[in-house]
Design a protein around this ligand. Structure first.
Ligand code: NAP
Ligand code: ZN
Length: 360
C-alpha cells in the first residue's frame, strides 16, 4: 500500500520490508508536510528492537506492508509548527513507539497514552490523517510534538536511542511496582537482550539485588562484570532453578520467544509479581499451581506514557545510564536482524542513519 494523502509531500529515504520474509530494502516514500502541531526531525540514530523483527516478519499478524520499522529514534529538530510548545530548531529529541492517541480519555489525561484505546504507533500505525505511519529506519521523521521527548545533553544520541523503547518498557513496570521507592529487593530479569540489559541497569540504580535468568551460560561473565548483575541463573538447568525457588520479590520477563514459565514463577517468593513485557508470537502456557500455591501475580506492561518517558530519560541523564550498543550502517540492517534473531548482539544494534562519524 502506498500513501496517497494529499499533504504527504516530503520525500524520505528509508528501508522497508515488503512481505513476511522480513528482508529490508531501500524504500523512498512521502511523509506529511510539517503541520501546526508537528516537529520535523533529522534522524541520526535508530535502535533495532526485537519488535521490528516481529513486525517485519508479520509474527503478530498485523503488519501493513511495506513496513518501515524503527521506534527508537534520536535526532535533531529541523522544523517546528506554530502550535508547538517546548521544542525549537536544533533540539536533541527522541521519538519512541507512540505517534498519536485520543488526548482526551482517562489514560491520555494521566499521560498514560500507551493505554489509550485509540493509540497509534510510530510505525505500522494509522495517524490522524488516515495515513500509515512509517518508522525510524529512514532519514526524516515528522511527529506530533506531544509524542516527542528531549534527550538530555549528557546522553550520547546513539546509546540513548534504545531508551525510547527498550528503556521505557522496562522502567515503567519498575516504577508501577514501586521499585524506586525502596532498596534491597530481590529482582529477576528474564532474558538478557536489549530490554534485559537496560533493566539490570535500572534495577541496580534503584538499589536492588539483581538476578539474571537466562538460557545462555556464555552471558554470565559479562552480566556480572560489565552489567553488575549479582546472580545469574540458567533457566534450562533444573538444579539451579530448584535451588533459587522462592527467592525473588519481582520478575521482569523480557523473553521474545515461547518458553516455559512455570519454573520461572516458582522463583518468586509468596505474593511475588512477574510482569511480562516480552511478546512471543505464540501464547504461553500459564500453569495455575505456581500461582495458587504462592499467591503470585502475573501482569503485563506496554512501553510507558510520554511524561514517564521524559522522566526516564532525565533519570538516565542524571545517573549516566545508557545502552550497550553495536552501531551498524543501514546496509547492514538485514545482517543485524539475523544476528538479533540468533541472540548474537551485546546488547542492542543501533543504525547510524545519518552516517555520524562520532556520537553526539
Ligand atoms: P532481544 O534483544 O532479542 O532479547 C530477548 C532475549 O530473550 C534474548 O536475549 C534471550 O536472552 C531470550 N530468549 C530468546 N529466545 C529465547 C527462548 N527461545 N527461550 C528463552 N529465552 C529466550 O529482544 P528485545 O528487543 O529485548 O525484546 C524482547 C521482547 O520484548 C520482544 O518480544 C519484543 O517484541 C518485546 N517488546 C515489548 C515491549 C512492550 O512494550 N511490552 C517493548 C519492546 C519490546 P537469554 O540469552 O539471556 O536467554
Ligand atoms: Zn521496541
Amino acid at each position: 500500500m502506498t500513501q496517497t494523502t494529499p499533504n504527504h509531500k516530503v520525500t524520505v529515504s528509508g528501508w522497508a520490508a515488503h512481505d513476511s520474509a522480513g528482508v529490508l530494502t531501500p524504500y523512498t516514500f512521502k511523509r506529511r508536510v510539517n503541520g501546526v502541531d508537528d516537529v520535523t526531525i533529522k534522524i541520526l540514530y535508530c535502535g533495532i528492537c526485537h519488535t521490528d523483527i516481529h513486525q517485519a516478519k508479520n509474527d503478530w499478524g498485523m503488519t501493513m506492508y511495506p513496513v518501515v520499522p524503527g521506534h527508537e529514534i534520536t535526532g535533531l529538530v529541523t522544523e517546528v509548527g506554530s502550535n508547538v510548545k517546548g521544542f525549537k530548531i536544533g533540539d536533541r529529541v527522541g521519538v519512541g513507539c507512540l505517534a498519536a492517541s485520543c488526548l482526551e480519555c482517562e489514560f491520555c489525561k494521566e499521560s498514560e497514552e500507551n493505554y489509550c484505546d485509540k493509540l497509534q504507533f510510530s510505525y505500522n500505525g494509522i495517524f490522524w490523517d488516515g495515513s500509515i505511519t512509517y518508522g525510524g529506519y529512514s532519514d526524516t521523521y515528522v511527529a506530533d510534538y506531544r509524542f516527542v521527548v528531549h534527550v538530555p545533553q549528557s546522553l550520547p544520541m546513539d546509546a540513548a536511542a534504545p531508551l525510547l523503547c527498550a528503556g521505557i518498557t522496562v522502567y515503567s513496570p519498575m516504577i508501577d511496582n514501586k521499585l524506586h521507592e525502596s532498596t534491597g529487593k530481590r529482582i529477576g530479569i528474564v532474558g538478557l537482550g536489549g530490554l534485559g540489559h537496560i533493566a539490570i541497569k535500572f534495577a541496580k540504580a534503584f538499589g536492588h539485588h539483581v538476578s539474571v535468568i537466562s538460557t545462555t551460560p556464555s552471558k554470565e561473565k559479562e552480566a556480572r562484570e560489565r552489567l553488575d548483575a549479582d546472580d545469574f541463573i540458567i533457566s534450562t538447568n533444573p538444579e539451579q532453578m530448584q535451588s533459587k525457588m522462592r527467592t525473588l520479590d519481582f520478575i521482569l520477563n523480557t523473553v521474545s520467544a515461547p518458553h516455559s514459565i512455570g519454573p520461572i514463577l516458582e522463583l518468586l517468593k509468596v505474593k511475588g509479581t512477574m510482569v511480562f513485557v516480552g511478546a512471543p508470537a505464540k501464547p504461553l502456557e500459564l500453569p495455575s499451581f505456581p500461582l495458587i500455591f504462592g499467591k503470585r501475580v502475573v501482569k503485563g506492561s506496554i512501553i510507558g506514557g510520554m511524561k514517564e518517558t521524559q522522566e526516564m530519560l532525565n533519570f538516565c541523564g542524571k545517573n549516566n545510564i545508557v545502552c550497550e550498543i553495536e552501531t551498524v550502517t543501514p546496509e547492514k540492517i538485514n545482517e543485524a536482524f539475523t544476528r538479533l534473531a540468533n541472540n548474537d548482539v551485546k546488547y542492542r544494534f543501533v543504525i547510524n542513519i545519518a552516517g555520524q562519524k562520532s556520537s553526539l
